[in-house]
Design a binder for this molecule. Structure first.
Ligand code: NAD
Length: 509
């Protein structure tokens, strides 16, 4: 089987008079690794056959680039194409395991400010076997923040740290996007999922911003669930949900679960939307276990491409492809991952390869599904173009420095002995108030049962009546601790903002 390049397909389509070159929208295309080239070839074949008015330009990303020494899997010149076209259709890539390699997906999302990851998950019962025939929801995952900052440090022999960053602009953008998406796409409810019962400041901010913004959308129902029960309900009663908005890590996990519940992870596409650039892809990876066999399901990438067509203002072509794709499912045309369901339904010889599946979609272009609701896309529900109020920075709060957490690497002493050693460094301005180990208070009044690592957080607060300290008081304390031979790993300032504590209490404090 010959895989035509996008440029070949474009030349063929133009030669057949399918579109005039001056109406073509330039897009950047990457064929990726593993099954990437196979499903991209199938996807582009369908797009071109449907008359998508696109002018793809190809860039190389992934394994080859990693091994050529580009630690993020992309060559510097490829950014030029992405910044020029502002639209990226991307096949999955393989991230080499081991240190030294950064995730290309995370790099692209963050570098290009693709803050919203939109993952529609739909069941196609009875044609695709699923235990959840009514599943039809969209997960709007925050795409830039949370634990995906990649800010990790080894701090002691025993303890490694990953920094979880949640910002107000990040929360406002993603929550507003979720409501705008619901409004533009006729969705009725937005559910926020967070873990703010534990992470009161970070996830607490996400939930608080959700509560602030939901009142601007009175026609859309809104609720909040703790992520653990939310994920459990999603797995058992997905019909409870419509749009889910959630921080990065939770969204990553629950969107794979929801996609798999529809019958195959190979069925779901996703859009990564930013203020200026957008990227469209399948949610699955490069599936090295089936690469090169021509059997991968191209549906996820194809549905990502359908979202791209809507985004670039070609909703009629998008709907035509989507409806033809639904017809193939109704006709029992399946790739190997959905084989069982197809056999049961239609008795069609199984399985279809990736390219045969694409041809089956092309044969059905122009048809509407009979059992599924035909898809209609309106002109530009394109969220990147939907009006969104710009983020307006609030006036700065009055910030007061009231203490410092000093993190210490120490393996020889228990909590009481450490308190005696550290407490000897108290200054006039700062006094040891508490020691925790992995967040649990171990001094004063710790429990002998508490397991302690070599990583201690020593909280110093003001020894003065005003409660406020100065930066130089921290410097003086660090000087005293260093003189006493204490291995200080790092410090975190303790501040109040307009009198409200900007730090969590120790567990047991
Ligand atoms: P995967 O999604 O590639 O595969 C998981 C399972 O699903 C495999 O059994 C695979 O055969 C099957 N599968 C996936 N897509 C399929 C399709 N279209 N048709 C039929 N079956 C399909 O996940 P993995 O194996 O954990 O990861 C493989 C590689 O992909 C890793 O290097 C990972 O880093 C990378 N990855 C890339 C992306 C991306 O580029 N967006 C996303 C996730 C993982």
């Amino acid at each position: 089987m010959k895989n035509d390049t996008p440029e070949d397909l474009l030349a063929q389509a133009t030669a057949h008079g399918q579109h005039a070159p001056d109406t073509l929208v330039p897009i950047t295309v990457a064929h990726g690794d593993g099954i990437g080239p196979e499903i991209m070839a199938a996807t582009l074949k369908v797009l071109m056959a449907a008359g998508a008015r696109i002018a793809p330009e190809t860039i190389e990303i992934g394994e080859k680039l990693y091994h050529a020494g580009h630690s993020s899997g992309i060559a510097p010149e490829s950014w030029d194409s992405l910044r020029r076209t502002k639209v990226f259709l991307k096949a999955p890539i393989t991230t080499p395991s081991g240190g030294g390699y950064k995730s290309l997906n995370v790099t692209i999302r963050k570098t290009l400010g693709l803050y919203a990851n939109v993952r529609p998950c739909v069941s196609y019962a009875p044609f695709v076997a699923t235990q959840h025939p009514k599943l039809d929801l969209v997960i709007v995952r925050e795409n830039e923040e949370d634990l995906y900052g990649g800010i990790e440090h080894r701090q002691t022999d025993e303890v490694f740290q990953c920094l979880k960053l949640i910002s107000r602009p990040g929360c406002e953008k993603i929550v507003r996007y979720a409501f705008e998406y619901a409004r533009a796409n006729g969705r009725k409810k937005v559910t926020c999922m967070s873990k703010d019962n534990i992470m009161k400041l970070t996830d607490g901010l996400f939930h608080q911003v959700f509560d602030e913004i939901r009142v601007e959308y009175p026609e859309i129902a809104a609720d909040h669930m703790i992520i653990d029960i939310g994920a459990a309900r999603l797995a058992t009663r997905p019909e409870l949900f419509d749009v889910i908005v959630t921080p990065n890590l939770y969204g990553d996990i629950i969107s794979d679960i929801a996609a798999e519940m529809t019958g195959s992870v190979g069925l779901a596409g996703s859009a990564n939307i930013g203020e200026q650039v957008a990227m469209f892809e399948a949610i699955h990876g490069s599936a090295p276990d089936i690469a090169g066999k021509g059997i991968a399901n191209p549906s996820g990438l194809l549905l990502g491409a359908v979202m791209m067509l809507v985004h670039i203002g070609q909703p009629a072509v998008a709907a035509q492809i989507h409806n033809a794709w639904l017809c193939t499912l109704e006709d029992g045309v399946f790739t190997a991952d959905l084989q069982g369901a197809g056999r049961a339904q239609a008795g069609v010889p199984m399985p279809f390869g990736s390219m045969d599946f694409a041809d089956a979609i092309i044969e059905r272009l122009g048809r509407l599904p009979e059992r599924f609701q035909p898809v209609q896309y309106q002109q530009a529900p394109a969220m990147a173009q939907a009006p969104r109020p710009l983020y307006v920075r609030a006036p700065a709060a009055r910030k007061a420095l009231v203490g410092v957490d000093v993190f210490v690497h120490q393996s020889a002493l228990n909590a009481d002995a450490l308190a005696a050693q550290i407490g000897a460094s108290n200054t006039a301005a700062l006094r040891l108030q508490m020691i925790t180990n992995r967040g649990v208070k171990v001094w004063p009044g710790g429990f002998p049962e508490t397991f302690c690592t070599d990583h201690w957080r020593c909280r110093f607060t003001a020894g003065t009546d005003s409660g406020e300290i100065a930066q130089r008081d921290i410097v003086a304390l660090l000087g005293a601790l260093t003189d006493a031979g204490v291995d200080v790993i790092k410090t975190e300032n303790l501040c109040t903002f307009d009198g409200v504590k900007g730090f969590a209490l120790g567990q047991g404090q």
